[in-house]
Design a protein around this ligand. Structure first.
Ligand SMILES: C[S@@+](CC[C@H](N)C(=O)[O-])C[C@H]1O[C@@H](n2cnc3c(N)ncnc32)[C@H](O)[C@@H]1O
Length: 200
């Protein structure tokens, strides 16, 4: 999120491609920290929303052997990069689609885990997005949000598009309001947050 060249809200053009490559690397500490809150098992059904350059998907393949992982992003550049990053496993374990988190092209009750890494800031209709994520989760499934930024008072560069930095309490309350159970959060280094909730 610290790097805005290429538009992190919806990566476009060559600058967007370069930014996604950089984010695949620069978000690694957040992924390493935040993905450790998941109770990993073999053969999980996973969806990564706002998958960007696809590094979260690549990492999760290592955490859950024989998993099936869908990625979705509304930026065509992100879809292309996520496919490249996961080329070895594409159409075997990994399936990437272009689409919006508020209108997920998946059936009900499918996923053990939905992840959203460094993307929730850019969702104008958070409530609708959370309803969609809740719909596609299996009963007992987990939704995990990871963000590098969680202090709305920290000065940020202007972003081309919707951009809101949330405090973890706000996200936790929002998850609860949309019907998630066992909602909780952890804070990490700097402004890192992991916020999660389960479908009952
Ligand atoms: C800052 S990038 C982060 C990408 C990746 N998750 C990562 O950690 O590197 C945010 C991504 O969210 C995507 N995104 C933002 N709003 C979205 C929406 N409503 N539906 C789908 N994707 C969205 C953007 O296109 C972009 O690829």
């Amino acid at each position: 999120m610290s790097d805005i060249t290429g538009n992190p809200a919806k990566p476009t053009g060559p600058a967007g491609e370069k930014m996604l490559e950089r984010m695949n690397a620069s978000h690694k500490p957040l992924r390493d920290w935040g993905l450790s809150f998941v109770n990993w098992k073999e053969g999980m059904y996973i969806l990564d929303v706002g998958c960007g350059g696809g590094a979260t998907i690549r990492d999760m393949l290592g955490y859950s052997a024989n998993s099936h992982i869908n990625g979705i992003d509304y930026s065509p550049i992100s879809v292309k990069m996520a496919c490249q990053t996961n080329q070895k496993d594409l159409y075997k374990q990994v399936f990437i689609s272009q689409g919006d988190v508020t209108d997920l092209p998946y059936g009900d009750n499918l996923y053990d885990l939905v992840t959203a890494v460094e993307t929730i800031y850019f969702w104008p209709d958070l409530s609708k997005a959370l309803q969609e994520i809740h719909r596609v989760l299996k009963p007992g499934g987990l939704f995990l949000i990871l963000c590098e930024g969680s202090n709305p008072s920290t000065p940020r560069p202007n972003i081309d598009g919707h951009f809101v930095v949330y405090e973890p309490q706000t996200l936790k309350a929002q998850l609860k309001a949309e019907g998630f159970h066992r909602t909780a959060f952890e804070k990490g280094q700097g402004e890192y947050i992991a916020v999660w909730g389960c479908k009952q």
